[in-house]
Design a protein around this ligand. Structure first.
Ligand code: NAD
Length: 496
């Protein structure tokens, strides 16, 4: 068990300057404390930023293929430690083991994908309108980047930020979520073991309003990459605007699955189960709205409820578990509060709607998979991100109404449509307003070689993963080089 010496600054594990600590507990058994972690404040962040700043010039000059080779090594070490990381993740944030393995696998994939970028083009050469002038544009690093991350993907989300940032030549200060500091310590120790040079990646554990806010404000941090709730993201983006910092935000979602009357109902039911209840509904891509054509709604609802009742709730470490606990008691209570909100607005419960209190689930934060019926588009449960195993059915008449309702929220991360009709599928692909569209697939299941991110209140225009992952952590530098003979000045534009 850690004792609070969990900040990694300039290559050393240190306690918070003020000596304060906080505890991380197991959501499947909240009486089990997993470790004590440094509760950092502005002083710790200042030290971490100074270390990252000092390390930056040498890292920036390290050839990109060498930075890529280090990522390959990190990827291999992640493969070796995948099982240990996955077990630790189950204990710390509750997702079931197969999902935890998937979380680590995303980091492995990203390490190898980004490693290749060390030898791929990082710019372009373009013609000049003048003779003997060489014109090019290339990516350059932005300097020290601050990463602020949530608990629901405690390895995947940080590495989706960190690996592109490192490959590009930036140095890093990372503030992980307060619910998953243990996973952050494991990842940083792995980077150190892989040989990441001193000061390149620094960790400050602690609370958002203390360490996170200090990182946003810190002088010397040029760029913030944030994943978390929309309310915090808006606040951070506002501060970064005032401070003229670059900021990339990946925020909340209110994702929907549309099931049309020609859909393969069994396929759609499986997709809805996974999208609504995978990771106990605590995915930014979770489907908390099921928009179902009235012609098949009764059959669909019956099949969905029947399959939901078969889901096995258990601590994530149990190999038969399909759904684990939610992350903490506060979150459990917040999820539960939405049941009364939905019922007061006229929605009815088809199943669920309660915390689970039979032993051994009573020791942890388990919530029954919940399906509302008679949900209408304007209800709070149809508009607000609940972030738990709660979904609801909205009944519609045909494709036009389905698309209008799917688009009718402030969010735009992941939308899905089930149909056997290619023309309807392609129309949905054109008209659904989200960063990710799935046809005949669940709303969760992103692959790292495609851009990940959303529109509207889900983000501020940036993307993670894919080749676009380099955009938020690099600037473009244009170059004009004159190699003409003679002393004549040939000016651009006005001389042609
Ligand atoms: P959160 O916003 O509460 O916290 C996220 C991080 O921000 C944490 O590290 C927290 O300590 C920090 N933080 C909180 N207040 C801060 C402040 N004032 N200044 C600086 N940092 C601060 O979110 P959460 O509960 O950890 O995560 C769940 C949310 O994340 C959901 O809304 C989910 O949709 C979203 N999410 C989005 C994506 C995506 O890619 N779009 C991916 C995963 C999660």
């Amino acid at each position: 068990m850690t004792d609070g010496t969990t900040n990694f600054i300039n290559g050393e594990w240190v306690a918070a300057v003020g000596g304060a600590v906080f505890a991380s507990t197991n959501p499947a058994n909240t009486s089990q404390t997993l470790g004590l972690y440094a509760r950092s404040d502005q002083r710790d962040v200042a030290l971490a930023v100074a270390a990252a700043k000092a390390a930056y010039p040498a890292w920036r000059k390290t050839p990109a293929p060498a930075r890529g080779a280090l990522l390959t090594k990190i990827g291999r070490l992640l493969e070796e430690r995948k099982e240990a990381f996955s077990q630790a993740m189950v204990n710390e944030m509750g997702k079931v083991l197969v999902e935890a393995r998937g979380d680590v696998q995303e980091a492995i994939d990203m390490a190898h994908y980004m490693a290749a970028f060390g030898r791929l083009p990082s710019g372009s050469v373009v013609p000049s309108e003048r003779p003997d002038i060489y014109c090019s544009a290339r990516r350059v690093p932005v300097g020290v980047v601050g990463l602020i991350t949530p608990w629901n993907f405690p390895i995947a989300v940080p590495t989706w930020k960190m690996f592109p940032a490192l490959l590009a030549g930036n140095t890093v200060v990372w503030k992980p979520a307060e619910d998953t500091p243990g996973m952050a310590v494991l990842l940083i120790q792995l980077l150190a073991d892989a040989g990441v040079p001193t000061g390149i990646v620094n960790l400050v554990t602690g609370y958002g309003e203390e360490a996170g806010a200090a990182l946003v404000e810190a002088e010397g941090v040029s760029t913030i990459s944030f994943t978390g709730s929309t309310s915090v993201g808006k606040h951070i983006a506002g501060r970064c605007g005032q401070l003229m910092k670059r900021v990339s935000c990946e925020l909340g979602g209110k994702n929907a699955i549309v099931v049309l009357d020609d859909a393969d109902i069994e396929l759609a039911v499986k997709g809805c189960l996974w999208s609504a209840f995978g990771t106990a509904g605590q995915r930014c891509t979770a489907a908390s709205r099921l928009i179902v054509d009235k012609r098949i709604k009764a059959h669909f609802a019956e099949r969905l409820v029947a399959e939901t009742l078969k889901l096995r709730m258990a601590p994530g470490a149990d190999p038969t578990a399909q759904i684990g606990p939610v992350v903490n008691r506060t979150q459990l209570e917040r999820i539960h509060s939405y049941i009364a909100i939905g019922q007061n607005e006229g929605a009815t419960l088809l199943t669920g709607g309660t915390p689970l209190t039979d032993a051994p689930l009573d020791k942890g934060c388990f919530y029954a998979p919940t399906i509302f019926d008679s949900m209408t588009p304007g209800m709070r449960i149809a508009q607000e991100e609940i972030f738990g195993p709660v979904t609801g059915i909205i009944t519609v008449d045909g494709l036009d109404e389905a698309i209008a309702i799917a688009n009718g929220t402030d969010y735009g991360l992941s939308l899905s449509l089930y149909t056997a009709n290619l023309r309807r599928g392609m129309r949905a692909l054109d008209e659904l307003e989200s960063g990710i569209v799935y046809i005949n697939l669940p709303t969760s299941g992103a692959e790292i070689q495609l851009p990940f991110g959303g529109v509207k209140n889900t983000g501020n225009g940036h993307r993670e993963a894919g080749w676009m992952a380099m955009d938020w952590c690099t600037e473009w530098k244009a170059a004009y080089i004159n190699y003409a003979e003679g002393s004549e000045l040939v000016r651009a534009q006005i001389d042609v």
